[in-house]
Design a protein around this ligand. Structure first.
Ligand SMILES: NC(=O)c1ccc[n+]([C@@H]2O[C@H](COP(=O)([O-])OP(=O)(O)OC[C@H]3O[C@@H](n4cnc5c(N)ncnc54)[C@H](O)[C@@H]3O)[C@@H](O)[C@H]2O)c1
Ligand SMILES: O=C(O)[C@H](O)COP(=O)(O)O
Length: 414
């Protein structure tokens, strides 16, 4: 069997949170067999114990990879977020240890946009209340507060992949689309950007949030912003639970100031399906509550499994980091007759000259060298003759400011 950095059967992969079987199949097809596949997330202490001998971990939005977890992850090489959001991972803590993080930035975009559009229509027609009443034996046949989507204004906060996809679908139904974003974005179709959140809220019949969880979006919607909504507006959040203060939203819904809401993400979410969901929004008939399933369609999950597993396999086999969310991005050719060294270091002056010096002092000729840096780290990949793999690895470990070094042995035996 061709030798890689480690025998592939010794490369341990831990997959959490019910990642789709397509990921396991992709790893198997690439020759990786040492896979633990769990259906839930793990609490921090259990994760810390488990992660000690893990080389690659796969997770979704629930599992928190913080500084304490990374400190225990002595063998960790790569993280796969089998979802869009990466806020659950301390990207700087990963980078400081030379650990590359990947995600699937577009694979559940459509699923979220479809759900939000469906919810907007349901709420415009008052379906949650009518449905609840019918289940109780009631009969709420009335046109009161029931509206067509056609001609209404949808205000989108965060016009990225999901916001823009929603914009296209909504416009095709007859919505006028406005959006607010911190950067200038080209509107799809006839959608137009507004200058402030205040303006967006004041002009929209339906508001939908599609921002990431970053410091600037944390609790960005509170009492003041909710008060700026048009009376009787509909409010949808399928972004992150940390974006909206839930108590003022609940108060505005109870007071009828906000006519209806759909909420998929919450400040505190249950760890798994067996835990109780608690929220001030429970019991409100004009609210659609969903258990963070915006991206949970079979289509999206199967695609995500393949996409992220392939990114981890490519990084493991060949060092390519294209689309990593925290790492300098390098696309690398195959290295059939050479051993490949991956050196990750603090991006400070002098490291490259030191690398070249130690290799030359050990008589190691570099046949290919690729370098990419970001503000914090440098990632240099070197191909060397097969005679020098181990010696080069040992030499590179001595270089100051080294964060991680790996050798990928030639994929061909000679
Ligand atoms: N409910 C779910 O299951 C589900 C599924 C997928 C994604 N998400 C969440 O949705 C988020 C958005 O996904 P995406 O793929 O569209 O991301 P994206 O990065 O493509 O778009 C985010 C947009 O928000 C904008 N933005 C950032 N900060 C802002 C601010 N303070 N005010 C206004 N706009 C701001 C960005 O400029 C960008 O255009 C993800 O980060 C994730 O947290 C949830
Ligand atoms: O970031 C995402 O893609 C969504 O929040 C979905 O997360 P999930 O994979 O935990 O459902």
């Amino acid at each position: 069997m061709a030798k890689t950095s480690l025998d592939k059967s010794k490369i341990k992969i831990l997959l959490l949170e019910g990642i789709h079987q397509s990921a396991v199949d992709s790893f198997h097809n690439a020759g990786y067999s040492n896979i633990e596949h769990l259906s839930t997330s793990l609490d921090e202490d259990t994760l810390i114990e488990k992660i000690r001998d893990v080389h690659f971990i796969g997770l979704r939005s629930r599992t928190q990879l913080n500084e304490r977890v990374f400190a225990a992850a002595e063998k960790l090489v790569g993280v796969g977020c089998f979802c869009i959001g990466t806020n659950q991972v301390d990207l700087n803590a990963a980078l400081a240890r030379g650990i590359a993080v990947f995600n699937a930035p577009y694979s559940n975009t459509r699923s979220v946009a479809e759900l939000v559009l469906a919810e907007a229509i349901m709420l415009l027609r008052g379906i949650p209340e009518k449905n609840a009443r019918a289940h109780q034996g009631g009969w709420l046949k009335s046109a009161k507060n029931s509206h067509e989507a056609r001609g209404k204004t949808l205000g989108i906060v965060g016009y990225g992949s999901i916001g823009a996809q929603l914009s296209v679908l909504a416009e095709s139904l007859g919505f006028h689309v406005l959006y607010y974003d911190v950067i200038a974005k080209l509107g799809m179709g006839n959608a137009s950007q507004v200058a402030s959140l205040d303006e967006l809220f004041g002009r929209s019949d339906v508001v939908s949030l599609h921002v990431p969880d970053v410091p600037a979006t944390r609790w960005m919607i509170g009492e003041k912003e909710i008060a700026a909504l048009k009376p009787g507006a509909i409010f949808i959040n399928a972004s992150r639970g940390s974006v909206v203060e839930i108590e003022p939203l609940a108060a505005a819904l109870k007071a009828g100031k906000v006519h209806g809401a759909a909420v998929d993400v919450f400040p505190v979410e249950p760890k798994g399906n067996a835990d109780e969901f608690q929220s001030p929004l429970r019991g409100l008939e004009n609210v659609i509550l969903t258990p963070h399933i915006g991206g949970s369609t079979l289509e999206a999950q199967e695609n995500i499994g393949v996409e992220v597993a392939d990114k981890l396999v490519t990084y493991s086999d060949n060092g390519t980091t294209i689309t990593s969310v925290n790492f300098p991005e390098v696309a690398l050719p195959a290295h059939p007759d050479k051993h490949r060294l991956l050196h990750i270091h603090n991006n400070v002056p002098g490291v490259m000259s030191e690398i070249n010096r130690v290799l030359s002092e050990n008589g190691i000729n570099i046949s290919g060298q690729y370098l990419q840096t970001n503000a914090a780290v440098g990632y240099v990949v070197m191909d060397v003759d097969k005679a020098y793999g181990q010696a080069a690895l040992e030499a590179l470990k001595q270089v100051g400011n080294t964060l991680k070094v790996r050798v990928l042995y030639s994929s061909h035996n000679s």
